[in-house]
Design a protein around this ligand. Sequence first.
Ligand SMILES: [Cu+2]
Length: 327
Amino acid sequence: MRRITKMMISAGAMVAAVRAAAQEAVAAAPVPPVATTPVPAATPSLLAPEAGIGQPTGGWNLQEAVTPIAVEGHNMVYNILNPVMFAVAIFVMILLAWTVLRYRAGANPVPSKNSHNTTIEVIWTVVPALILVVIAFPSFRLLANQYDPPKADITIKAIGHQWYWEYEYPDNGGFTFDSVMLTDKEAAERGSPKLLDVDNRMVVPAGATVKVLTTAADVIHSFAMPAFYLKMDAVPGRVNETWFKVDRPGVYFGQCSELCGSKHAYMPIAIEVLPKAQFDAWVAAKKKENGIVDEPAVAAAGAAPAAAPAAADAAAPAAPAAAAAAN
Ligand SMILES: [Cu+2]
């Protein structure tokens, strides 16, 4: 089943690649190059990437898991799928070697006339089916958890473009910004791995459930973050939903994971997880930069000192409510 799904996915990827190439050819002429304009980093505190966390390590293991879903996914890979695959592969190799040696023509001058054996046929049907059932239970549980998120604390929209990501913060006045890959020189200056860091990272608060809405402006892209065990297609004209929750502040790197044209490899995703207070400061800076004013908070702050003593009593209960609404 997994194999068929995998084949279907790779067939889908080929179709998408052909479609992307066609759309790219159409879009190539009028669209100016996007990766050349340097955008000043607006982040008040820029976290330094940490070796071995949220980026490739060159080993053959998965990147260290930093979300509950990633922990569950790694458990599935390391403790269920890999042992089953190794056991099946070794068993089949031994069986093959035994058959080749034991039933070779030289040792069997008179060939066997057996055509079938009911017992063996039942065994080789039932045992693989049981193995699949054993794999299915934790697999379906993981799938259900991935697609049944807890209530979101913040929603962020990730929009794929040829070839950069754009992020929108609808909960915080709807400011948007582009996230373009750093050159090798810029990445070296910042101490970041090359081809993975961007000028403006997607910033999220630590310990919060982040809902990510993915979509695209031109061709199909895919929003992927290995350390979060997260991958979601970004399809033009459609909005997909995924989520993550990271407790550990830090910088995590991912890449577009759907062939989307000639610079597919150069539109990385960098997510910076900040402690809540620093995140709030970053949001405040972004709002200021974009001229976004919190209407209810301004009204409450302006009304309180100006109000007559009698009116202040009536206004007082409304102020916390207004402040709560502003948050
Ligand atoms: Cu892409």
